[in-house]
Design a protein around this ligand. Structure first.
Ligand SMILES: C[S@@+](CC[C@H](N)C(=O)[O-])C[C@H]1O[C@@H](n2cnc3c(N)ncnc32)[C@H](O)[C@@H]1O
Length: 237
């Protein structure tokens, strides 16, 4: 995906840290019993540009950030120099350490099969201490998905981004939908360049999420956030 690789340096203008304040204000109270413990440790899988970590890190004594893309880790490193940054795939990474909480935000969207999702949940499980918590935040579950278009982008110093995002379910019988991005980049008032990037996103029913979490070994439930997203709250017994 170009957005997370060759275009990663533009990420803060695609999705700015300020956009995450409200979301984190919803997530942190869900982890209140963890953050109240002495020296709690957080692992985020698929941490991207580190925008969530920026607002979550003061509630933890240490935050470890794992992402598939070295370029996204570099962007996050600038924002979160005090956090540990490690390359890894959330399906297979094994850090041989445990954390009080494991968080997977929208990066869980890139699990496109039940097997992918099961592997990511297993990674969260093996890195979570008994009595610890896991939050998973997919953009949609099958029951709530609707085709949509959106646009955004910001101006930085000498560079600007605008993008169109178009999501649709091309094949209702499988476990994915498509998000097409058209990204327009402008630097130093030069003529714009246009990039196209297609993302294949996983789409699973509420029951599939809950059953898989329970099969993995978690006690699982969900809450609906202010954006009407299903946030899965799992506890390792
Ligand atoms: C939308 S971005 C995350 C943005 C992030 N919420 C933030 O705060 O900036 C999605 C991220 O998921 C990562 N990703 C996709 N598949 C992954 C996988 N299998 N393992 C780890 N990271 C993955 C991508 O590299 C990308 O950085």
């Amino acid at each position: 995906m170009k957005l997370y690789n060759e275009l990663a340096l533009w990420w803060p203008l695609v999705s700015s840290p300020a956009e995450y304040v409200e979301e984190v204000a919803f997530f942190l109270p869900l982890l209140a019993e963890i953050t109240a413990r002495p020296s709690p440790l957080l692992l985020e899988l698929g941490s991207g540009g580190g925008n969530n970590a920026l607002h979550m890190k003061s509630s933890f004594s240490m935050v470890t950030l794992v992402d598939l893309s070295p370029q996204m880790l570099e962007v996050s490193q600038v924002l979160n120099p005090e956090c540990e940054h490690l390359p890894g795939d959330m399906r297979t990474v094994r850090l041989k350490r445990m954390f009080d909480a494991v968080f997977i935000h929208d990066a869980i969207d890139y699990m496109t099969t039940i097997e992918d999702l099961r592997q990511a949940m297993t990674t969260a499980f093996v890195h979570c201490i008994p009595g610890g918590m896991v939050l998973l935040v997919p953009d949609h579950v099958r029951e709530t998905f609707e085709p949509m278009t959106d646009h955004g982008g910001e101006d930085g110093e000498g560079r600007s981004v605008r993008f169109l995002e178009w999501s649709y379910d091309h094949k209702e019988t499988d476990s994915t939908y498509v998000t097409d991005y058209v990204v327009v980049l402008r630097e130093d008032n030069q003529p714009v360049t246009v990039e196209y990037d297609q993302h294949i996103i996983g789409l699973f029913a509420l029951d599939e999420w809950l059953s898989l979490l329970r099969e993995t070994g978690f006690e699982a439930d969900y809450v609906v956030d202010p954006y009407e997203r299903y946030v899965f709250v799992a506890r390792k017994p």
